[in-house]
Design a protein around this ligand. Structure first.
Ligand code: SF4
Length: 398
């Protein structure tokens, strides 16, 4: 694809818009989760200039204004880190100028979102997220028996009790949130299954669709899971999800939710977007460098440009765009008829393979999808007249 047609697809100069701009307020985190890319690749993740590892009160609004000069319409400002609540003053500063409408050229008012480990979600932070109606994603890997193995502070101590206390107070104040759990060998060692996670997050946190992908890792990592371990862990959760839906219980694993959505809206002409990186989501780090997603922060060969480039689209590194065109819209190794079902995370794939073009989990995905389709078809005559049954019958899949 040539440069002009790629530009028209992604960042059309006349209507430049973004679904989500991740603002990496700081590269620093207060925790030391072993599988976080911050700790795995510190020499890449951290800017070599310590003054550029964190946005400042003096720089953050200037950087935001420059971002809006490039993309006047940003649907969501997504605060990211490190741990973004280490920089809550900057978050408030941004929310205040956005609410005041004082950013020149801001075409639409954005929503706010944040991913946080919740350990710093104190009264002040809770007031802020409620006031500005934040969409919150909480990084939590399960009940304390496993979360305290993976979500640890810099002294190796578990952080569950602090996160749980803060989240309970947020719920009491009427706040809601999503969970981002990472399933890994820690869970196998603690005897916690994916189904246990679904039950736990549903009963303790009100989560209906659990986003709990398996960890992306190379075999030398102690939290690595083999393909067989992944398949054996998720197939029972897929069955459990379908059983729940057949009983009218809205408690499902994200894979089933996604596959049902694909079936519901299946369009043979539609092009599958493997993930939103580059084409609708971008990330800006404390130095103002723009990447296709926060997952690639620090990888110079994946840097698109800098927010301080006055001619961003002219000077942008278009080889990144061409690579992501292939990664996002190119075929994967799943059988052709399954490719529409396979969404993924280019960032996670890169962690497992060191390439943004490799799709290491096609084999796992195919096995899980085939199991799901078989389960969907089996014993349909005994399915009660639930909304799930009505929906899937309408779709012609039962
Ligand atoms: S690389 Fe992963 S985290 Fe980034 S946009 Fe794609 S799916 Fe989301």
């Amino acid at each position: 694809m040539d440069k002009s047609s790629l530009m028209a697809k992604t960042v059309e100069p006349n209507h430049p818009s973004l679904h989500r701009l991740a603002i990496m307020l700081t590269e620093v985190c207060n925790l030391a989760c072993p599988y976080c890319y911050e700790h795995r690749d510190p020499e890449i993740f951290y800017n070599p200039d310590p003054h550029k590892r964190t946005m400042t009160e003096a720089s953050v609004i200037d950087m935001l204004e420059r971002a809006y000069k490039i993309w006047p319409r940003i649907s969501t400002l997504f605060f990211f880190g490190g741990e973004p609540l280490l920089k809550r003053k900057l978050i408030r500063q941004i929310c205040e100028v956005v609410e005041a409408g004082s950013i020149p050229g801001m075409g639409i008012k954005p929503k706010y979102a944040m991913i946080t480990n919740a350990t710093l979600l104190d009264e002040d932070a809770r007031e802020m997220v409620l006031k500005y109606d934040f969409g919150l994603n909480i990084s939590l890997d399960g009940p304390p028996v496993v979360n305290d193995l993976s979500r640890i502070d810099r002294h190796g101590h578990g952080t569950s009790s602090l996160s749980m206390q803060n989240l309970a107070k947020l719920r009491d104040a009427g706040g809601t949130y999503h969970i981002e759990a990472t399933f890994s060998r820690f869970h196998l060692e603690a005897g916690v299954t994916v189904m246990d996670l679904m039950d736990y997050f549903n009963s303790e946190h009100g989560v209906r669709v659990l986003h709990a992908p398996w960890v992306s890792a190379t075999p030398d990592n102690r939290y690595y899971l083999t393909d067989d371990e992944i398949v054996e862990s998720y197939i029972p959760a897929i069955r459990y999800s379908l059983d729940n839906l057949r009983k009218g219980v809205p408690k499902v694993i994200f894979l089933v939710d996604h596959w049902l959505q694909v079936l519901k809206s299946y369009d043979p002409m539609a092009r599958r977007a493997y993930c939103p990186a580059f084409f609708s989501d971008l990330s800006m780090n404390p130095a103002g460098d723009i990447y296709p997603c926060f997952m690639f922060n620090g990888y110079q060969y994946l840097k698109m440009g800098n927010v301080y480039d006055d001619q961003f689209f002219k000077t942008m590194n278009w080889s990144v765009g061409r690579a992501f065109q292939e990664a996002i819209f190119g075929p994967c190794d799943c059988p052709t008829e399954y490719q529409a079902f396979h969404s993924g995370c280019v960032g996670a794939d890169r962690i497992a393979t060191n390439s943004i073009l490799a799709k290491p989990y096609c084999g796992v995905h195919t096995r899980l999808l085939e199991a799901f389709l078989e389960m969907l078809m089996e014993d349909s005559s005994t399915v009660p007249n639930s909304s799930f049954h009505a929906q899937t019958t309408k779709m012609g899949v039962l």
